[in-house]
Write a protein that binds this ligand. Structure first.
Ligand code: SF4
Length: 446
């Protein structure tokens, strides 16, 4: 296991430089005759590994020497003088994520059906994506090069999956030995260098809950404000992850967790002025309890991890109602359709939509549908598939249906089970609108 665990993260065969994916017609790149497919190899004599390097090495520089390998195979050296804020107008290839070196008990990859889209099996563990998009890493296989890079290029904040500060528990959860699981020195180095860290705990009943969780929160809070928050999210089991070492999260477990963590939060608020440790929305919803109010979340430090999303949605919804009060809905009789979402969010959404219908004479229904594709306790909206929508066809009524935008790939109208939006629309025989909140608001305001 050790060999396997190390290899994917530290081996990477890459072409030199970073490839240009597109050049804007008015930018400096165009003036320099750079083209798609060209690779920038060095900036002022320093190697460029990806677009973050390019950004870092060109920032604030007015005199630059670029070494370029043209797509034709020619090598160019470009000497450039530019105004400090002059943009290159170049888009680069995406960063190819480095792979993780762990065998986590709860890894989402183990919960995928065998025929799931290949991208769902990517075990990314990349400090660059952590900085750019808030992806979590475990730091278990971070190289010296990467450590230095975080510090030198100020790739802050970093999002770190800690899971437990008890070393044996952490090693057990990550499926690696304790030596590799121990990130205390790495974390210390980052914190001492002024890098901010947001931590995450995937809460697994009977493993890292109770006293282990309390210790984890305490240990991390001792590093506040450099470690600025901890997101505690529940283990999610699909019907494919049948590891006997894992116990499913139940409503009772969620209620107990809320009780225990609320007491810790009270203490932290008094000491640090923030709740610091935040429970994922899913824990409140599965406990059948209301999510906390706005003040609980401060500036929503980990909203992308499902911390405060429901509260933030409710606040935006209230603002939308106020806007609609002023502007009105032009043809409320046309707003007659079904909003299809996951079973987790549906009970929270229902009262908001009831209020909308009551005040504006619209006729929207909310349907929370089961996830058959992943099964288990998967109930979030974003993992619903075309097949799931089809099984609920009898419940989709009215002139149209709104489905969560997150069920589609970001760059293509295709769902996790490979069904295209137009296929689903045809099979359901109803107009479909994939919406995030902004699109839903626009839909009502038009
Ligand atoms: S959960 Fe993340 S860190 Fe753990 S094995 Fe899966 S991809 Fe790797």
């Amino acid at each position: 296991m050790y060999e396997f665990a190390v290899t994917p993260a530290v081996t990477s065969i890459r072409r030199r430089g970073v490839e240009i994916a597109g050049v804007e017609p008015e930018g400096l790149g165009h003036e320099l005759e750079l083209e798609s497919g060209d690779r920038i190899i060095k900036v002022n004599g320093r190697m460029v590994r990806d677009y973050l390097d390019f950004r870092f090495q060109t920032a604030g520089e007015t005199e630059l020497v670029l070494e370029v390998r043209k797509y034709t195979g020619e090598d160019w050296e470009l000497q450039i003088e530019r105004a400090e804020d002059e943009d290159f107008g170049i888009n680069f290839e995406q960063i190819v994520p480095r792979q993780c070196a762990n065998e986590c008990l709860f890894c989402f990859c183990k919960g995928n059906p065998a025929d799931a889209r290949p991208s769902l099996f990517v075990r990314d563990e990349d400090v660059r994506l952590s900085f750019l998009y808030g992806n979590y890493t475990t730091l278990t296989s971070i190289t010296e090069d990467e450590m230095r890079r975080i510090v030198e290029q100020r790739l802050t904040p970093q999002y770190v999956s800690v899971h437990a500060t008890d070393l044996s528990v952490r090693a057990y959860l990550l499926g690696i030995d304790e030596q590799r699981a121990d990130i205390s020195e790495k974390l210390r180095r980052l914190l001492d260098a002024g890098i901010d860290v947001h931590a995450q705990v995937v809460l697994c009943p009977g493993i890292n809950d109770g006293d282990v969780l309390r210790k984890t929160i305490d240990d991390l809070a001792a590093e506040f404000p450099r470690i600025s928050s901890v997101a505690i999210v529940p283990l999610g089991l699909t019907r494919y992850n049948t590891d006997k070492r894992l116990t499913a999260v139940t409503p009772e477990f969620c209620r107990q967790t809320i009780k225990e963590v609320s007491a810790i939060q009270r203490d932290l608020r008094a000491r640090l002025g923030t709740n610091f440790a935040f429970l994922g929305d899913e824990i409140y919803l599965r406990a059948g309890q209301k999510v906390p109010g706005r003040a609980h979340y401060g500036d929503y430090p980990q909203i992308e991890d499902g911390i405060g999303m429901v509260r933030s949605f409710k606040n935006e919804f209230d603002l939308l109602l106020r806007k609609l009060e002023r502007r009105g809905i032009k043809h409320p009789e046309e707003i007659d359709g079904t909003i299809v979402t996951g079973t987790l969010f549906a009970p929270a959404l229902q009262p908001m939509i009831d209020e909308l219908n009551r005040r504006f004479a619209t006729n929207l229904r909310v349907e929370g549908i089961e996830n058959h594709y992943f099964g288990g306790d998967v109930s979030v909206a974003g993992l619903l598939t075309g097949g799931d929508f089809l099984t609920a066809r009898e419940r989709i009524q009215g002139k149209f249906a709104i489905i969560p935008r997150t069920t589609l790939k970001s760059d293509e109208e295709i769902m996790l089970d490979g069904m295209k939006l137009e296929q689903l629309q045809e099979a359901l025989g109803i107009r479909l609108y994939p919406c995030d909140f902004k699109a839903f608001a626009q839909f009502l305001l038009n």
